[in-house]
Design a protein around this ligand. Structure first.
Ligand code: AP5
Length: 224
C-alpha cells in the first residue's frame, strides 16, 4: 500500500489507544492520539492545556478550532509522508471536513476509518479498570491487560494512574458526548466508502488480528 492514512473511531474505552499503539509498532508510522496530546499539554500547563482542562474534566470536547490546528501541524511534518494513525481525531463533522481539506491540499486521502464497536456496558467496565502511564499514556487494565508489575508501566517504568475523566459520572457524560458529536462520523465515512468495522468486544489480540486482516484486504484490493 503506498500510504497508510488511518483514523481510529469508536466510543470512549473501545480500545483505540490499545490498538493505535500496536499499529504504530507494526507499521512504524506517526501515531497521534489527541487525548494524549491534550493531557500532556494540561500537565505542562501550556496555553493549549489551560484551554482544554475544563472541557476534558467534564467529559466535553475541546473546541474544534483548537484541536484542528494541532493535528494540521502534525500532518504537515515530513514524518507523516508515508502515513499516520489518528486516534481520537476527528471527533466532530467539522473536524472530519477539516481533515479532508488538509489532505486534499496535498493530493492525499484517507485509507480507512476503522470503527471499533463496543457496547456501553463494556465501556464502563473497561474504563473503570483502566490504568494509564503518567509519562507517555501507555494503557493497561487491571483485569484484561495487567502490567507485569502492579502500578508500573511495562514500557517506560513510570507510574500508572487513574485518569481524571475515568470517574463514573464523567464516563457517562463522555458517552453522551460521543453519541451526540462523534457517532455521526460513522455515516460520514460510510458514505465515502471508507468505514471498516471491527468487533471491539474480542480480546486485544483478536481485535488487532481483525485490523491487520482488513488492512491486508485493502492492500490486495489496491494491487488488483
Ligand atoms: P481520549 O483520550 O481520546 O478519550 P476517549 O476517546 O474517550 O478514549 P479513551 O482514551 O478513553 O479510550 P480508548 O478507546 O483509547 O480505549 P483504551 O485503548 O484506552 O480523549 C479524552 C478527552 O480529550 C475527550 O473527552 C475530550 O475532552 C478531549 N479530546 C480528545 N480528542 C479530541 C478532539 N478531537 N476534539 C475535541 N476534544 C478532544 O482502552 C480502554 C481500557 O480497556 C484500557 O484499560 C484497556 O487496557 C482495555 N482494553 C482495550 N481493549 C480491550 C479489549 N479488546 N478487551 C478488554 N479490555 C480492553
Amino acid at each position: 500500500m503506498s500510504e497508510l492514512n488511518l483514523v481510529l473511531l469508536g466510543p470512549p474505552g473501545s480500545g483505540k489507544g490499545t490498538q493505535g499503539e500496536r499499529l504504530q509498532e507494526d507499521f512504524d508510522l506517526p501515531y497521534h492520539a489527541t487525548g494524549n496530546i491534550l493531557r500532556r499539554a494540561v500537565e505542562e500547563g501550556t496555553d493549549l492545556g489551560k484551554t482544554a482542562k475544563e472541557y476534558m474534566d467534564n467529559g466535553d470536547l475541546v473546541p474544534d478550532d483548537v484541536i484542528i490546528g494541532v493535528i494540521a501541524e502534525e500532518l504537515e511534518k515530513p514524518e507523516a509522508e508515508d502515513g499516520f494513525i489518528l486516534d481520537g481525531f476527528p471527533r466532530t463533522t467539522p473536524q472530519a471536513e477539516a481533515l479532508d481539506e488538509e489532505l486534499q491540499k496535498v493530493g492525499r486521502g484517507l485509507t480507512a476509518a476503522i470503527l471499533i464497536d463496543v457496547p456501553d456496558a463494556e465501556v464502563e467496565r473497561r474504563l473503570g479498570g483502566r490504568r494509564t502511564c503518567v509519562a507517555n499514556g501507555h494503557v493497561f487494565h487491571i483485569e484484561f491487560n495487567p502490567p507485569q508489575e502492579e502500578g508500573k508501566c511495562d514500557v517506560d517504568g513510570s507510574e500508572l494512574i487513574v485518569r481524571e475523566d475515568d470517574r463514573p459520572e464523567v464516563i457517562r457524560r463522555r458517552l453522551q458526548t460521543y453519541y451526540e458529536k462523534t457517532e455521526p462520523l460513522v455515516s460520514y465515512y460510510e458514505e465515502r466508502g471508507l468505514l471498516r468495522r471491527v468487533d471491539g468486544t474480542k480480546s486485544p489480540d483478536q481485535v488487532g488480528d481483525q485490523i491487520r486482516a482488513l488492512l491486508s484486504t485493502l492492500r490486495m484490493e489496491e494491487d488488483i
